[in-house]
Design a protein around this ligand. Sequence first.
Ligand SMILES: [Zn+2]
Ligand SMILES: [Zn+2]
Length: 169
Amino acid sequence: MNTDALVRQARQLFDDYLKAHRLRRTPERFAVLETLYRTNNHADAEEIYRQLRRRRYAISRATVYNTLDLLVKCELAVRHQFEPHLARYERAYGSRQHDHLICLNCRQVVEFCDPRIHAISTRMGELFGYRISGHSLILYGYCSNCQSQNHHAKPSAKSSVNDLPKSAP
Ligand SMILES: [Zn+2]
Ligand SMILES: [Zn+2]
C-alpha cells in the first residue's frame, strides 16, 4: 500500500476512534498522525512537534504528546523505549512486525525481520502454555559508520544518520 492510501485509512480509523470516544477531531491531531505516518524514522515527540511548527501549525507540545498517547491507545502507533528517557513512536497500521537495531552513538535505528524470532516466540508459548501476544527485541551496538569514526578519530560531516536529536541522555 502506498503512503497516501495508508494515511487516508489511518486518518479514517483515527476519526472513528475520536468520534467513538467523543474526543475533539481537530486538524492538529490529524496533523500529528499524518506526520508520524510520513516519517520513516522512529520519531520522538519533540521531532514531530518541530516538524509541525516548521509547517506553521499552531500546535502545543501538550497536544503532540496527548495525540501520540491517543494514537498508541487506538493502536495506530507503537511507542518504543529504546533509551530510558526517550520514547519514540512509529506507525503501527500497515506495517509488519519487525525488530530494531540501535546505534548507541548516533542513535540510528535499523529495522530487521527474522522469522526465527517468530519461531522462538511460538515455541516458548507452547512450552509455557502462554498465548503470546507480541514481543520486543532491541539490539544495541555501534553502526559501521560510528565504528570507523572511532578508529580514525575524524567525525564525518556528511553523515545522514544524524537527523535525530542528541539531547537526551
Ligand atoms: Zn552510529
Ligand atoms: Zn520500527
